[in-house]
Design a protein around this ligand. Structure first.
Ligand SMILES: O=P(O)(O)OC[C@H]1O[C@](O)(CO)[C@@H](O)[C@@H]1O
Length: 558
């Protein structure tokens, strides 16, 4: 709970920021840099291997002081401690929120609701490591005795995005003799494409679902089971349940539903209701990733998370990397009216990182009521989007540079290239890549004036088109290399960024009631499309017309 139950906009700290915004909000980054030669080296924080340069933001040292005071007023410190102690900081679901315990190296001593959660975490991690070693080493074989060559993770949302993003991010560490696929969409092509070139005899499915009731995942898992059993039968190997036991494992909190589906609960890796779906990447949901990179690299990733967890808990907010990311975003969303946040990793391996962050940020903070149910008094969660550089430069950066909307951007870059580039002696390319990583924030911040454009001999009529207004804010996050530890640090930094925003806005970042209505409606509409003689279901004139159109398109009577 916040230490002050007043709406945040009524606090003196908020009002001080509003006044301060009137004073500095229009200042240009060109002037801020000209006045303060140390700015580029002082407005910097480090945490673990991460270096955050936030100097190209439309703020001053005073802004940072005021934002840190706002965090204190909002009770960020108390709320963080309440979270890590295991209090039920998710009141609408009456749950603790303990994803930080998933990467805590301590193996015991945190009892929550009568259970030692650290001991539970390490027990499951041990079983995961044993399983991962057996699959990687060939000791875990399929129904016909063949070793596993392909692992297909079936899950959606938090049960897909983390391992899928990280599998790509950590290609340097993945076992390339194994194939990994991630199936999430209920669009039947997703599973069909993922399995079309696989041999059932050497394929293992990891069905990941916290609830084990999610329509997409269970439908895909059922189809996957059919594909497996039929595929093995076609090869002359029958045996439904024994085959399923060798080719299906589950990751879930719901043993009953796992057993009902037909997966032996001995092959289930559990987690707990205190792990939110979008915060579950470091729970057993990471199983397929652990198989890909091995338990040792996986532990390094967890340690990376833990480094930032500890930094976030202990560093003063003016030097607290995740808290600053969150507070700077509050500054833009609430005082400049920014509605989106671009995340631009300069790493092809981080191609899925923006998608991962979309769930983390938007499912957490896309809320309109405060924890007590009253309407929020200030704008909340921003639209998060992005693509890896340099691809985005040739697509949407035009709008970032010269459009009329303010889009704060996080640029993420790595000093060293990934192994494949290094081994093939492609270092020159990595330097070109980094030159772009440096150039974009610089062009956004400082732009180019009409005088500068004219001085280059530009025709007068074209000058306004070539003016770059600048004053477009960005963060630069730099790490030495994209390793498992660094990935863990990055994800943890964004998790705590989200938490910081949520505490300031006074919202519950850990529920997601907004996704429920669509699920209910989909299950009401499904019979209309699935059956020849579906009972009448009166939706609304638009949906009813679309149902008729789709039925006709499938050769069914409207
Ligand atoms: O892991 P589950 O229970 O299948 O849920 C998948 C996803 O569905 C949601 O509950 C809602 O979309 C997410 O929060 C979650 O990550």
């Amino acid at each position: 709970m916040t230490s002050d139950t007043r709406a945040i906009s009524e606090t003196p700290e908020w009002q001080a920021l509003a006044q301060h915004h009137r004073e500095v909000g229009d200042r240009h980054l060109r002037d801020l840099f000209a006045e303060d030669p140390q700015r580029g080296t002082d407005l910097v924080v480090t945490a673990g291997d991460l270096y955050l340069d936030y100097s190209k933001n439309r703020l001053t040292r005073e802004t940072v002081r005021l934002l840190a005071a706002l965090a204190e007023r909002a009770g960020l410190r108390e709320r963080t401690e309440a979270m890590v102690r295991g209090e039920h900081v998710n009141p609408t679901e009456d749950r603790a929120v303990l994803h930080v315990a998933l990467r805590d190296p301590a193996t015991g001593g945190l009892v929550v609701d009568g259970q030692d959660v650290r001991a539970d975490v390490h027990e499951v991690l041990g079983r995961m490591a044993d399983f991962a070693d057996r699959v990687r080493g060939g000791a875990w074989t399929g129904h016909t005795g063949e070793r596993i060559r392909a692992v297909v993770n079936v899950g959606i949302g938090g049960s897909d995005l983390g391992p899928a993003m990280a599998h790509q991010a950590l290609r340097d560490s993945t076992d390339r003799s194994l194939t990994f696929r991630f199936v999430s969409n209920i669009d039947p092509t997703d599973l069909a494409e993922a399995t079309r070139d696989l041999d059932p005899a050497s394929t293992l499915f990891v069905v990941a679902s916290k609830t084990f009731t999610t329509q997409e995942t269970l439908t895909n898992a059922r189809e996957a089971r059919r594909w497996l059993v039929e595929g093995l039968a076609a090869q002359g190997h029958g045996g439904d349940s024994e085959a399923v036991a060798r080719h299906f494992v589950a990751v879930s909190t719901n043993a009953e539903k796992v057993a009902e589906f037909g997966i032996d609960t001995a092959n289930m890796f559990g987690f707990w209701d205190w792990v939110g779906g979008r915060y579950s990447f470091t729970s057993a949901v990471g199983l397929s990733l652990m198989v890909a990179i091995g338990p040792e690299r996986y532990r390094e990733m967890l340690d990376g998370f833990h480094t930032i967890d500890e930094h976030f808990r202990t560093a003063p907010y003016e030097e607290n990397l995740p808290a600053l990311l969150g507070l700077i975003s509050v500054w833009y969303v609430d005082f400049f009216g920014a509605q989106s946040q671009a995340v631009l990793p300069y790493s092809q391996y981080l191609a899925r990182f923006p998608a991962y962050l979309q769930q983390l940020c938007m499912e957490s903070n896309g809320k309109s009521v405060r924890v007590d149910g009253s309407p929020v008094d200030v704008p909340t969660g921003e639209v998060v989007w992005g693509e890896p550089g340099t691809n985005g430069q040739h697509a949407f950066h035009q709008l970032l540079h010269q459009g009329t909307v303010l889009v704060p951007a996080d640029f993420i870059g790595f000093a060293q290239p990934n192994d494949l580039a290094r081994d093939r002696d492609l270092d020159g390319m990595h330097d070109l890549f980094l030159a772009n990583f440096l150039a974009q924030p610089r062009a956004l911040a400082f732009g180019r004036t009409a005088e500068e454009v004219a001085a280059e001999g530009t025709a007068e009529a074209v000058v306004p088109h070539r003016v770059m207004p600048g004053n477009r804010p960005s963060n630069a996050i730099v790490a030495p290399k994209l390793t498992p530890s660094v990935l863990g640090q990055l994800v943890a930094a964004y998790e705590h960024r989200v938490f910081t925003q949520g505490v300031v806005w006074g919202i519950n970042s850990f529920d997601q009631w907004g996704v429920e209505l669509g699920k209910v409606m989909a299950s009401q509409l499904a019979p209309q499309l699935q059956s020849e003689a579906a009972p009448e279901y009166d939706a609304d004139s638009s949906t009813d017309a679309l149902v008729r159109l789709l039925r006709e398109g499938r050769g069914r009577p409207a």
